[in-house]
Write a protein that binds this ligand. Sequence first.
Ligand code: ZN
Ligand code: ZN
Length: 278
Amino acid sequence: MAIDDGDDLEPMKLTTLTFVGTASCTPTDEGDTACFLINGHVLVDCGWAAALSMLGRPEYDATMLTHVLLTHCHQDHYMGLASVLFYRAMQAARIGTDEPLTIAGPAEDIERIVDLTLDFIMADRLAERCPRPEIVPLTAGDGLRAGELDIQTAATKHAIPSLAYRLLDMETGVGIGISGDTAYLPELAPFFSGVDHLVMEGSTGLTDPPAGSPTGHQSILQAARVAKAAGVETLSIVHTDMRRREEFERAASEIFPGVHLPWPGEQHNLEDRSSDPY
Ligand SMILES: [Zn+2]
Ligand SMILES: [Zn+2]
């Protein structure tokens, strides 16, 4: 219910979660591969054309980023980094270059990927328009701060080193969890415990892969089991066959009712739960 409180109160603070892309390894006619924007300035993973895909919402673009967090360095999660860095270089006159972008991700791969990307866009020819990003190598258990967001990490079970992120908005009390790619890992439930909105992959659809499968992915049903055990409010499943949205939502909701498969461009405005409404 909307209540007019008059204009002497501060507007309610919100945490925003924008699904820049939702697809699995390759983009579809719906949009980009899975990547997410939090509060307009922290991008988790970089879809194939992340800079272009972010233009889907007028209030955001890649110039507003302060941080890029990569869950892991598989191509579908980092390919768009080149587009993000080049877009920012082309807009450098507008945004300035005093505050370099911070790029964080698994310690084993993050420096190499950023260096390769800078080489690919020939950053040396862009000179001061493309300042070297600040690189933050992360090991599971490390934390970092991105403005109002306190960020924690945990290892996932994937073919290469891979991190899940738990982001707490210190201004609103809203928590967001993002699994990245992972096999079914019950240990993620305590890590994500109590977050408001959990985003998990569901690559293998309705089929639980055999335990120990080397690809390191999970089904939508396994994602729902983790969400239920973690006691989250909402589960968004991505990185699966999103065209089977309704079928997958029906099946997963039998385990965890608060599940949905988001559309690219979809934005959730998550409310402050830390303040007393009365
Ligand atoms: Zn992937
Ligand atoms: Zn992967």
